[in-house]
Design a protein around this ligand. Structure first.
Ligand code: GDP
Ligand code: MG
Length: 434
């Protein structure tokens, strides 16, 4: 699944990549299968969510495939138009392996003797300008990210900047840059692109971020990218005493048409816990509720893409089986909802008061300075929830917004503010809820 190892040299150009591809450096046969230690895994829940972000067509979905073996574009419209429309999700297990020629990282455990493993969830964000708000709803889930930058285009492209700004405001500090499509370049061109990326990262306060030249299509240097992810984006510890908060990213009805009522399974909700823990049989509440009143349900099962788990903690993606009427969970209808323990979250509201932190127009590549004015329509991203609203009062620093749908926002919570500029929703500010 992962590619063959080539030099970490930024100039890893076409010839080097292709040559390394032809060469088999770590033959599996050399490892005696009988002597492989059995790996004890406490919990197979993915430990961390890593976003795959960047400009359209730079190779995010191709890289998600190279890392996880799964193609995230599955929506029929996505396949027809060749772009990702929704957030894509896939898990991968990465291994640190001992081989006769040293330590390597791989998604393939048979490449050597397993020294360490980590299960990681990936969130593949759409890079198209019209889908910025979808990307923003994914930012709430990300603990770290891979910023994909095509080496054959000038850096930075508009969404390269905007996605990085989205991560910055979401507090995502650890990013690894995949300098993609190096197979299309000469060594000199690859060096130039590398230097431009480095300069861009310095300007945007991400100068520590490792840059790995790769070719997602040829699988070249994917192992070095895995190494950078494993070494640079650590799993965070968590405090089990904090109250539960989980963002729902998707929801489904898993019953086949025609299932007898007595055999119906409850709605499934999927997403990531940002704090606290969930155990089977826990009572949980959805905020905002589905209809007016409270939506309290029970956790009947917990699982990951690998299989059932008994306890879920902050980190990668999980799915919760509930006692909800399955029809309310159909087709991602609960996306944007928050899961918490009953009566622990503020009342849902359509009125929010915000303190605005406008982004510098240069930082977000806009020609004119942006203001948030009374009667402006805005899109607010609160966690994984995206809501449209209208500004009823603004002095440029503080604004009141009336929303079309209810949100649950805690005091001090950071939310993303997008404004329509020339027909596109552009990220223009982040705001704190007062
Ligand atoms: P996304 O919009 O960022 O998700 O980009 P996609 O993964 O859909 O890829 C866009 C196009 O770039 C597709 O035609 C891919 O085949 C191509 N592509 C992706 N990675 C590479 C690569 O490493 N080398 C080359 N030559 N093309 C690539
Ligand atoms: Mg894509």
């Amino acid at each position: 699944m992962t590619g063959k190892r080539v030099a970490k040299d930024p100039a890893a150009g076409k010839k080097k990549v292709l040559k390394a591809h032809a060469k088999k450096e770590h033959p599996n046969e050399k490892i005696d299968a009988k002597h492989k230690p059995e790996i004890k895994v406490k919990n197979d829940q993915p430990e961390i969510n890593i976003g795959i972000i960047g400009h359209v067509d730079h190779g995010k979905t191709s890289l998600a495939k190279a890392l996880t073996g799964k193609w995230c574009d599955t929506h029929s419209e996505e396949i027809k138009r060749g772009i990702s429309i929704r957030l894509g999700y896939a898990d991968a297990t990465f291994y640190k392996l001992m081989t006769p020629s040293g330590t390597i990282y791989s998604a393939n455990p048979s490449d050597g003797e397993i020294m360490h493993k980590r299960v990681v969830s990936f969130v593949d964000a759409p890079g198209h300008e019209t889908l910025m708000t979808t990307m923003l709803s994914g930012a709430a889930l990300m603990n770290g990210a891979i910023l994909v930058i095509a080496a054959n285009e000038k850096c930075p492209q508009p969404r390269t900047i905007e996605h990085l700004m989205a991560l910055k405001f979401a507090g995502v500090e650890k990013i690894v840059v995949a300098q993609n499509k190096v197979d299309l370049l000469t060594r000199e061109q690859a060096m130039e692109s590398y230097a431009a990326i480095k300069k861009f990262l310095e300007e945007y306060d991400y100068k520590e971020a490792p840059i790995i030249p790769i070719s997602a299509n040829f699988g070249a240097n994917v192992d070095l990218l895995i190494q950078a992810i494993e070494e640079y984006i650590p799993t965070k510890g968590y405090d089990p005493s904090l109250p539960l908060k989980m963002f729902i990213a998707r929801s489904f009805d898993i019953n086949k048409p025609g299932t007898k009522t007595s055999d119906l399974k409850g709605g499934i909700i999927g997403g990531s816990i940002s704090q606290g823990e969930i155990n089977i049989n826990d009572e949980i509440e959805l905020y905002p509720s589905i209809n007016s009143g409270k939506t309290i349900t029970k956790v009947v099962s917990l699982s990951t893409s690998i299989g059932p788990i008994t306890k879920a903690t902050p980190g990668g993606l999980i799915a919760i089986g509930t006692t909800l009427d399955p029809s309310v969970a159909q087709g991602d209808r609960l996306r944007g909802t928050i899961v918490a323990k009953p009566k622990t979250m503020p009342e849902p509201t359509k009125n929010v008061n915000l303190t605005l932190h406008m982004f510098d127009r240069m930082l977000i590549d806009l020609e004119e300075k942006v203001l948030v004015k009374t009667t402006d329509p805005l899109v607010l991203t609160v966690g994984t929830n995206t809501v449209i609203g209208v500004v009823t009062k603004s002095d440029g620093k503080k604004a009141s917004v009336v929303l079309k749908n209810e949100v649950v926002a805690e005091k001090g919570e950071k939310i993303a503010v997008s404004k329509n500029i020339n027909g596109q929703w552009r990220l223009v500010a982040y705001a704190e809820v007062n």
